[in-house]
Ligand binder design. Structure first.
Ligand code: CDP
Length: 241
């Protein structure tokens, strides 16, 4: 994509970040009272709430799987979350994001433990500034832990991309709009298994490997923040006792 905006100047990006630097991230576990588990996450200008309900009997009954639980992640953008008002309700993009997040989570939740059940994961984007699928999945993972859902690991997501011919970590809004490629991934940090990988734009094989490596590093950093948020929640519970 051609642009007059200079996305990198003197080795720094528009928001003053280094090429391999994440936007600031804040994670809080257990913010809602009626959900089984929840998380509030800020990632740059993104603000996200994730809420988990279940495991509970899947309805309608024909959706039940006698061997395992089904995982329904529902990604939703609030009407006020973007510059132009977003028409409420699911569209093609949010259906796609819901599907890829559901599949990523299904591979890490121990679904065999809850036959015929559904585990519902609601992801609400309150403010969007690029990278919302990664922010949503990362928040959903913390909400699942908060809900006590057994998982093989705590999944985590992060993107890398290409702007002005250079591979960079965690694209911001202008970088996403005027950059050349975006590569969001989700992984199981314990094994390095890839749970989600999408790509927008073009990368050479070399650039792809570089971007994958960088996104993985981002994931490991964010994984530590997820664990800290969960520990903080249980510390608070301990103090109240
Ligand atoms: O958010 P993510 O990067 O995962 O997905 P995207 O489809 O690449 O969207 C990039 C960004 O475009 C979003 O984070 C929003 O800031 C913006 N967007 C928008 O302004 N209006 C929409 N209807 C959808 C996305």
């Amino acid at each position: 994509m051609k642009t007059d905006i200079k996305l990198i100047q003197d080795g720094k990006r528009l928001d003053n970040r280094r090429l391999d630097e994440l936007r600031p991230i804040k994670i809080e576990a257990g913010v809602l009272h009626r959900a089984e588990g929840s998380c509030y996450l800020e990632w740059g200008g993104n603000k996200v709430i994730a809420a988990v309900y279940g495991p509970r009997e899947a309805v309608p009954r024909h959706t039940q799987n006698p061997l395992r639980a089904i995982v329904n992640a529902r990604y939703n953008m609030a009407a006020f979350s973007v510059d132009d008002r977003k028409r409420p309700g699911p569209d093609r993009r949010s259906r796609e994001i819901s599907k890829v997040i559901s599949e990523a989570l299904e591979n890490i939740i121990i679904v065999e433990r809850y036959p015929r059940a559904s585990i519902d994961v609601n992801i609400e984007i309150l403010d969007a500034e690029a990278g919302t699928r990664c922010a949503g999945l990362t928040a959903a993972a913390v909400a699942l832990v908060d809900a006590g859902i057994p998982m093989k690991d705590i999944p985590v997501a992060c993107a890398a991309g290409k702007i002005e011919g250079q591979v960079v970590l965690d694209l911001g809004k202008d970088e996403d709009n005027y950059g050349q490629a975006d590569l969001p991934i989700a992984i199981s940090p314990r094994t390095g298994q890839i749970l989600l990988l999408q790509m927008d734009g073009h990368l050479t094989l070399d650039e792809f490997n570089q971007a994958l490596d960088l996104a993985m590093k981002g994931c490991y950093t964010i994984s530590e923040m997820q664990k800290k948020a969960i520990m903080e929640k249980y510390q608070k519970v301990e103090e109240v006792k």
